[in-house]
Design a protein around this ligand. Structure first.
Ligand SMILES: Cc1cc2nc3c(=O)[nH]c(=O)nc-3n(C[C@H](O)[C@H](O)[C@H](O)COP(=O)(O)OP(=O)(O)OC[C@H]3O[C@@H](n4cnc5c(N)ncnc54)[C@H](O)[C@@H]3O)c2cc1C
Length: 355
């Protein structure tokens, strides 16, 4: 049966920043064959196609022309075990599954590896796009491979973790493959408990876990409690999590800044000669923690999070963010990069086109 998209769908409540947004047409897809139908429909009708997961890291404009494809969870279990080894397993997960649900389900099944990434909103398929990370772990460390449906070629390829060119909140899906296709499934390597590889050295996590016996469940519970104590719940106070990436500076720039601000907090950047700074500290030093204008504010506990207290538009949000960037650039000569992604029309090509 052909695709029958919904017409004129209000997505304001469906994006975590609650930006007013209307999709001309919307198709909800949970399988590869549904994605293929959506692509076919968009090509035949000559419509732009925009891909969304949970829209928790997206800057939605007032109107999205053409067809919005929203990837949703298929019915059934959140994951299946596809390989078993003595101490590890490889699981396969469909793109539309909720990431937070996957973490809950793997931990409840006695599998370790995802517990540090508890409570991150959004879908499994979007997780590799910005290489989600929290509390000392990044998705890149757990990914074995993923399946990528290329819009223009109308075919699925398998990509290894190395193929994904992961970096800090970055991957090939934000670079040369941006708008080129949809991630349809991930395969992740996890450990059977008790695991030898718990990661609990991230300072706030280490403090929360001091004295307790380590397990995936204990770590997930500690991460969940820390996150709930400092991050606003988008259902109550719309936001997209961190609005800016933590800037990475080369040693020359970092050393000059450290000389001027000896208390400057900093972390290893994961590559020699580079240092990571907490953007939240830079924003706070500019006097912008809890700063409000109209419906927008930086959160009073975590200034890296911009909250929409009701009715702000994308234009107002970008102007607010620009003023924060300008203040940080003026005081520290550091450029803050916006983390959430703009809505982008996919590169579809014609039916049967080869690339
Ligand atoms: C309260 C809060 C806390 C957060 N905390 C963290 C955190 O700790 N660490 C962290 O890394 N992030 C965090 N985030 C950001 C967000 O949760 C992640 O970026 C998440 O992976 C986004 O998933 P999504 O399904 O909502 O993606 P969307 O917002 O729907 O999409 C994001 C981008 O990915 C693309 N995309 C979506 N699905 C696919 C797919 N299947 N294939 C290819 N491209 C796709 C979209 O086109 C878009 O460009 C947080 C967000 C919120 C609101």
């Amino acid at each position: 049966m052909g695709l029958e998209p919904q017409q004129q769908v209000d997505l304001t409540a469906a994006n975590s920043l609650a930006l007013p947004c209307r999709a001309a047409q919307l198709a909800r897809c949970s399988t590869l064959s549904e994605l293929r139908s959506a692509r076919h429909y968009a090509v035949q009708q000559r419509l732009p196609l925009t891909l969304l997961g949970g829209a928790t890291n997206t800057l939605c404009p007032p109107a999205i022309d053409g067809l919005v494809v929203k990837i949703e969870a298929p019915a059934g279990d959140s994951f299946s075990v596809v390989e078993e080894h003595s101490s590890t397993v490889v699981i396969e997960v469909a793109a539309g599954v909720s990431w937070a649900q996957l973490v809950t389900d793997t931990v409840a099944t006695g599998l370790a590896g995802l517990e540090n990434l508890a409570l991150i909103p959004g879908t499994v398929g979007a997780a590799p796009v910005q290489n989600i990370g929290a509390y000392g772990v990044e998705l890149a460390e757990r990914l074995v491979e993923l399946s990528f449906y290329h819009w223009q070629r109308d075919s699925v390829t398998t990509m290894s973790a190395a193929d994904c060119q992961f970096g800090y909140r970055d991957s090939i899906f934000k670079q040369s493959l941006a708008g080129r296709g949809a991630i349809v499934a991930l395969r992740l390597r996890l450990w059977r408990e008790p695991a030898a590889h718990y990661r609990s050295d991230y300072p706030p996590l280490a403090a929360a876990l001091a004295g307790s016996e380590l397990s995936a469940a204990a770590i997930a519970a500690a991460v969940t409690a820390i996150r709930q104590s400092k991050l606003p719940d988008p259902a109550q106070l719309p936001n997209a999590g961190s609005f800016f990436k933590n800037p990475l500076l080369p040693s020359s720039q970092f050393n000059a800044l450290l000389a001027a601000y000896p208390v400057l907090p900093h972390y290893p950047a994961g590559r020699p000669g580079w240092h990571k700074l907490p953007a939240a500290w830079l924003i706070e030093q500019c006097g912008l923690k809890g700063w409000q204008r109209g419906a927008l504010a930086t959160h009073h506990r975590q200034p890296l999070v911009i909250v929409n207290r009701g009715g702000a538009s994308l234009a107002e949000l970008l102007a607010f963010a620009d003023d924060i960037r300008a203040a940080v650039a003026a005081k520290f000569a550091v450029d803050l990069e916006i983390e959430p992604q703009p809505c982008r029309a996919a590169a579809l090509g014609g039916i049967g086109d080869a690339v």
